[in-house]
Design a protein around this ligand. Structure first.
Ligand code: PSU
Ligand code: MN
Length: 314
């Protein structure tokens, strides 16, 4: 099932036997040059509205490449899991309506899905299999507010516990139960490190009122933590840029409305996150999407700086 001219990697569990690492990414890794993995759900039709997704992807690639770092977007294309895409792959992801968590990989591969956008969990699995140590996303999934009733806890959390890949994000999406999500990360042994902040950011807002146990203030300091990473991910959390952030009171109101709509519509499973993001976009007249685009780009910028520093140190 090996396709293309990329190198062939094997995670040892058989599942990744056909993983294709783009030659550009494989060369950078072999030469010890910095590489940054990116997920693809946020750039698909399920992450950001049409047009804004393309803008976010283009700006992320720019801020990464301008620092001399090789971007490696993860995705499934033509039934093959990939780390690093070309322009044709980017187009397929922008149009993609299929979200793929780590558990969906074997099914999507066997059924030869044309395109599958990776969530954080799938991206961590692919990045790790390819030997990429640093990864950027918007916000991770976490424990949902009604999880006691629905059992809805994102598989992103368990994946962070399973793969030693430093993950740069703006915290967990704020419609989740943030205190509970932090507790889960602690139980799973995943350190949560503020990148130039003392509080967990609330994705669209800069603060959540939840204090963080650790803080770093520079790419070099963050790279030191990456170098000492153990068996789990390290989660670096970066607040959204102040100019684009939405005030907690504004977003809290929008979240209440969005969650009520999702419940009334009977939305469950993997559809919850895209539905709620869209409903919050409506309730804030697009301000949440502006903040989302800016934080995704900012996370990519910070993660690329950390990747540079980490590569220089090894
Ligand atoms: N960050 C964003 N927008 C997104 C996501 C992250 O700014 O849409 C995606 C990620 O792919 C993450 C997923 O893994 O949302 C969480 O989905 P769930 O809650 O169903 O696990
Ligand atoms: Mn879920």
């Amino acid at each position: 099932m090996f396709v293309g001219s990329g190198c062939h990697s094997d995670a040892g569990d058989g599942r990744m036997r056909s993983l294709v690492v783009h030659p550009r990414v494989a060369e950078a890794l072999a030469a010890g040059r910095p590489v940054l993995a990116l997920e693809s759900t946020v750039y698909s039709q399920l992450g950001l509205p049409p047009g804004r997704n393309a803008e976010a992807l283009e700006r992320c690639l720019d801020v990464i490449e301008s620092q001399g770092v090789t971007p490696a977007v993860t995705a499934l294309l033509d039934g093959v899991p990939r780390v690093g895409l070309d322009d044709d792959g980017y187009e397929k992801i922008l149009a993609c309506e299929e979200k793929m968590a780590e558990r969906d990989l074997p099914v999507a591969m066997a059924a030869r899905w044309g395109a599958g956008a990776t969530t954080v969990s799938a991206s961590l699995a692919l990045a790790h299999a390819a030997g990429v140590r640093i990864f950027a996303t918007g916000g991770i999934g976490g424990v949902h507010r009604n999880s006691a009733v629905t059992g809805d806890v994102s598989s992103d959390l368990e994946a962070l516990a399973r793969y030693p890949v430093a993950t740069v994000c703006a915290g967990a999406k704020a419609f989740l139960d943030l205190p509970y999500t932090l507790e889960r990360l602690e139980t799973l042994g995943v350190p949560v490190v503020g990148y130039r902040c003392d509080e967990l950011p609330a994705f669209w807002s800069t603060t959540s009122g939840l204090e963080l146990p650790f803080r770093v203030d520079s790419p070099a300091e963050a790279a030191g933590v990456v170098g000492a990473m153990g068996r789990t991910a390290v989660l670096f959390v970066v607040p959204p840029p102040a100019e684009a952030a939405v005030a907690n009171a504004v977003i809290d109101h929008a979240i209440s409305e969005a969650l009520a709509r999702a419940e009334a519509a009977g939305i469950t499973g993997g559809e919850v996150t895209p539905y709620v993001l869209d409903a919050i976009d409506d309730a804030t007249a697009g301000r949440s999407v502006d903040a989302n685009v800016e934080l995704v780009v900012n996370n990519a910028r910070c993660a690329a700086a950390i990747a540079r520093s980490a590569a220089a140190a090894t």
